[in-house]
Ligand binder design. Sequence first.
Ligand SMILES: [Zn+2]
Length: 176
Amino acid sequence: MFAGKSTELVRRVERARIAGRGTLVVAHDLDVRSGAGRVATHSGLGVDSVSVADAAAIVPLVTAGLTLVAVDEAQFFGPALVDVVQGLADDGLDVVVAGLTVTFDGQPFEPLPSLMALAESVTRLTAVCVVCGRDAAYHVRLVPDDGDPRVASPTHVGGAETYEARCRAHRSPGRQ
Ligand SMILES: [Zn+2]
């Protein structure tokens, strides 16, 4: 969160488009922060996207001529995204996946850990800890939530008003 994941995804999609490649950007219905049909970065860059309800809905969107599929905020898709991404990659597509690797309570957040294990290349981006300024691999939720942190829900969607980037030392919700 706040690590520039969407910025990196948009950059890779734009490079592919400049190269004349067919691209598809997929977002989840739960994530409407950028507005439906768009993946946008904190700095205002963006690319058009298609929003779907689940991982299985990505497959029918893949048409002849596509060579790169990008999936933003992959944590919203859950573990089912792993088989879908593997299938696309096995079919010869480049698949770029951006998402959170940990939940807001600091636990591995599927499908990213599995996808990182299976990917040919992984770029680990970190944010900046709001408490001390060190690299932040974690984030904490500022607003109470009763749901399971491992299962994406509409209440998990949020920005700087809901979450803060934190380093290892400051990854518990109370500032220390
Ligand atoms: Zn810190």
